[in-house]
Design a protein around this ligand. Sequence first.
Ligand code: SF4
Ligand code: SF4
Length: 385
Amino acid sequence: MVGLPMDGTKGARVKTQDRVLIMDAAYEAEVMADVVDRVFDTFPLDLAGKNVLVKPNILSGYAPEKAVTTHPVLVSAVVEKLRGAGARVMVGDNPGLHGYGRSEKAARIAGILQAAGDSFINLGGRPVRHTVSSRVIDHVMIASEVLSADLVINLPKLKTHGLTYFTGAVKNTFGYVVGGDKMRVHADAPTPVKFAEALVDIFSIRPPDLTIMDAVLAMEGNGPSSGAPRFVGKVLAGTNAVSLDAAAVTLVGKKPARIPHLRIAAQKGLGPIDMADIEINTPIVPVAGFKMPVTFLPGIMGVVLNRILSRRMNCTPEVVEAVCKQCGICVSHCPVNAMTMAEGEFPRADAAACIHCYCCQEMCPEHAIELTGRVMSFFRRRNIH
Ligand code: SF4
Ligand code: SF4
């Protein structure tokens, strides 16, 4: 797995797509420019005259230091590099919050609108219906630029996620899907495993040509928006998003096979997740005590519970009334109308109708939604997380 040179002189059985580069990095323009130079030296692309879509994670309107969105210093360094090589650059994402102007507003708060300059596009502006060969979904409304771009460069953030446990390179391509259609996918894929399958099928529509992951300030705990920033100090890069995610999960001390969408992607032959099959430029020293979301159960018992009993044992979202501002965002973003709010009251989740997608928690701007449940409480009481 480790210490193999990347000059092609050794490890001939390892294909180029199974290489991952891990570099020390910081949110400083010069440092990031050097990091990005090294990425393109290691994974060269023919960029001149190409239409290149750059896809950061712009989940919602959060400042960079919150560690919810891809840092603008990385976006800026990549845009400069691409322009310098003669590419036509587009930068955009479909934020979780839908509605007119949301994309620009979220990007402005995240600093990505400024980093992209006149390359910023509203990725939700020209959706097309795309048929998907999947057991879970038959189509998605997808940004047309995803299909028309000559090259797609993926800029995910290393974060945890209540439903998928980990959100990185593969999960970032869920942002190909436009606006409210994400809610439909959640409703059509109402269990963690079905959603993982849908996720892999959407990723397969257009696997990125290159992924550069922002893992300088990652997010641990109850991500992708309610967790805590955690300094990791790295940028990871590679042409295979699946093996890159496997390296990132290993970097935070977890086994890639515990992440359902990575397991499914590997089974479908989209990339290796066994670290023995991935060439990495440096030994991985796992980040000590990196916290996973409360839904991720540790140990052998956790493997069994998360895989077999995941639906029944999952948490139920509960609104913390002292924090809630009664904005209604959680209600409007629940894909199955399980979250409701009577006039003058606080929102409530119907545990029987809830599909445990945690979109409500993800979208709540006040972090007013906690996940509760018998099994989770058991683990929390014992401080296992
Ligand atoms: S999104 Fe958050 S703040 Fe808004 S109503 Fe729901 S729980 Fe309250
Ligand atoms: S209540 Fe929350 S977790 Fe349950 S289905 Fe609705 S958005 Fe998903």
